[in-house]
Ligand binder design. Structure first.
Ligand code: COS
Length: 382
């Protein structure tokens, strides 16, 4: 496998790195405290083509490949993980589903403005009672002529309170077996009567990335707003999450890389026992292990991205990348605090934020336990 970057991939990486260093990095510690959604920066990222990187140009995207997306998202997340969440959700969970399943009209109305971040979308799957067990959906859509009447609620929805539209998974047939075949996917505008979004959650990390609960009360949704066929919703959610997991792996990589670079710099500067920390073998071993694990995570992520680009099945590879990269991000950020000692535990240094931001990558878009289920089922299938 060739993991060297093409000229185009390197160009997109540099574009993302420049914007991340100049604009996102200075804002990151501030919005971590204020919890302010970085709308203006995300709109600028939309103008730069970073919000629909592997969306074909004919649908308003940048038309680059998935490896370009991965390297750009790592750069953004290295500077600001909260912005990385918004970028990942937009590229993978919102745009990808519309690319693979949208009708020409849906692509015009939803995908084109989402790819430039003029309209913000969400991926609304999780419910109070449907987390890892995504098939146990309760939000109900009942057919009424050319409409569905939607009732129910969603929670932990990224960009939930700021979005213009929502990709919502609902039960259209509660009696079918297996139950996942009764789930369908609807595009619901935020200005639909009966729709409301809750207050943003107060979170441990990625604090500026809006996360909210959604409520649907007798929302009338045209049948033409259904993504895919009736009963295909669960499979669409799984296909979209495969792409999403590559995004979260890249985000985890960015957070880990930031912690690694901060630790290397600190180890070279900080003197103890008459020499820099970097000359102590205990610290050298930590730095070596951090770099090795990050590189392994990067290669897994690149492999999954290349397979997606080649249109091969990549479910298990995306799960491996997300599992390994997120656990690496937690491990690396924890070691980064250890290397910084007391300074790592206070807000003056950014490593404490990296650890708080890293934790979510082991949870959303499928917990580490779900990734292990996906990988094991793939390996042990008949
Ligand atoms: N791509 C396409 N189809 C897929 C698929 C994938 N990656 N994964 C599963 N499917 C299909 C299966 O082929 C099966 O289809 P049919 O039986 O109709 O032919 C169907 O989906 C059901 O699959 P399965 O039996 O594996 O579903 P489970 O209910 O056991 O759920 C897990 C499997 C746990 C993997 C799934 O519920 C999951 O990913 N949960 C985590 C959800 C998540 O990530 N939530 C975060 C939301 S965004 S923050």
């Amino acid at each position: 496998m060739d993991f060297s970057l093409t000229d185009e991939q390197r160009m997109i990486q540099e574009l993302a790195r420049d914007f991340a260093t100049e604009v996102l990095a200075p804002a990151a510690p501030i919005i971590d405290q204020t919890e302010e959604y970085p709308l203006e920066n995300c709109r600028r990222m939309g103008e730069l083509g970073l919000m629909g990187i592997d969306v074909p140009e004919e649908y308003g995207g940048t038309g680059a490949d998935t490896v370009s997306y991965v390297v750009a998202l790592e750069e953004v997340s290295k500077a600001c993980a909260a912005t990385g969440t918004i970028m990942s959700v937009n590229n993978s969970l919102v745009c990808h589903g519309l690319v693979i399943r949208g009708t020409p009209e849906q692509r015009e109305e939803y995908l084109r403005p989402a790819a430039s971040f003029e309209r913000i979308g969400t991926f609304s799957l999780s419910e109070p009672e449907a987390g890892s067990d995504a098939a146990s959906q309760r939000t109900r859509a009942v057919r009424d002529g050319n409409h569905y009447i939607v009732n129910g609620s969603k929670n932990f929805i990224s960009s939930g309170s700021v979005a213009d539209f929502h990709i919502v998974f609902c039960v259209t047939d509660p009696d079918v077996t297996p139950r996942h075949r009764g789930i369908s996917c609807l595009l619901i505008d935020a200005d639909t009567p009966g729709f409301s979004a809750g207050k943003p959650e107060e979170k441990l990390g990625i604090r500026a990335a809006d996360t909210a609960a959604l409520s649907f009360e007798d929302c009338r949704i045209p049948v033409s707003n259904r993504l895919g066929e009736e009963g295909e919703g669960f499979v669409i959610a799984m296909e979209v999450l495969d792409a999403g997991r590559i995004g979260i792996a890249s985000q985890a990589l960015g957070i880990g890389q930031a912690a690694f670079e901060a630790s290397s710099e600190y180890a070279l500067e900080r003197q103890q026992f008459g020499k820099p920390l970097a000359r102590h073998q205990a610290i050298q071993f930590m730095i070596a292990d951090m770099a090795t694990r990050l590189e392994a995570a990067r290669l897994l992520t690149f492999r999954a991205a290349q397979m997606k680009q080649r249109k091969e099945m990549y479910t298990s590879e995306a799960a491996m990348a997300k599992l390994y990269a997120s656990e690496t991000a937690m491990w690396v950020t924890n070691k980064a605090i250890q290397i910084h000692g007391g300074y790592g535990y206070v807000r003056e240094y950014e490593v404490e934020r990296y650890l708080r931001d890293a934790k979510i990558t082991e949870i959303y878009e499928g917990t580490s336990e779900v990734q292990r289920m996906v990988i094991a089922r793939h390996l042990l299938r008949d």
